[in-house]
Design a protein around this ligand. Structure first.
Ligand code: HEM
Length: 180
């Protein structure tokens, strides 16, 4: 199946940003400390990202529950960033979050090997991996006909979203790797 032109462009334009996230977790979440860092980072991302209504409410409690299972208290959350008024900027943030469900399927297997599952410790990954919203994002990308300015805003917003995840992950790994 060929990728739509807009998605293909977006994927290529954000590949370096995804690679930076991957490089921070070279073993995925195969180690408990890396899984803890991933959950801390996704908690911060979902709490503050400019995502569609309901996304934060759906996922934040699950991430908090998983953190508690690992013995970690979730950080206090402030208010979420209001989604942009620009359709393409909104779509960029949405693309990054829903696209992360593809990786979540891989990470879910690793969390399973650590002893976590849909009932305890991997509630978030389980629900996210099973979400059908990625196909909504793909449809929106496919149906869109952005002009160069709109395409630029789509790519820039996606890279901003990736940068937010990366910064959250850097901080979380620093916390997890502090020697006891
Ligand atoms: C170590 C952690 C991660 C791994 C192992 C991983 C792995 C993957 C994999 C296997 C895919 C599917 C590629 C395909 O089917 O063609 C993917 C896609 C994607 N991931 Fe990740 N991922 C990780 C973290 C993240 C994070 C934290 C985010 C953002 C919050 C993210 C955002 C995306 C996006 C947007 C796509 C879709 C790219 C596209 O095909 O258009 N990933 N990832």
């Amino acid at each position: 199946m060929s990728l739509g032109a807009v998605r293909s462009h977006l994927r290529q334009a954000t590949a370096p940003a995804h690679a930076r996230v991957d490089a921070l977790l070279p073993h995925g979440v195969g180690r408990r400390s890396d899984y803890a860092a991933y959950l801390r980072a996704m908690h911060r991302f979902v709490a503050h990202a400019a995502l569609p209504d309901g996304t934060r409410e759906q996922y934040l409690p699950l991430i908090s529950a998983d953190l508690r299972t690992l013995g970690i208290g979730a950080d206090e959350v402030g208010s979420a960033t209001a989604p942009s008024r620009d359709r393409y900027e909104r779509l960029g943030w949405h693309y990054v979050f829903e696209g992360s469900a593809l990786g979540a399927r891989v990470l879910l297997r690793q969390a399973g090997a650590l002893g976590f599952d849909a009932v305890s410790g991997a509630c978030y990954l389980n629900e996210h991996a099973a979400s059908g919203r990625w196909s909504d994002v793909l449809r929106q990308l496919e149906d869109s006909t952005p002009d160069p300015g709109q395409l630029g805003r789509l790519v820039a917003a996606s890279n901003t979203a990736f940068a937010a995840v990366e910064a959250a992950l850097v901080d979380a790994l620093r916390i997890e790797r502090v020697p006891a």
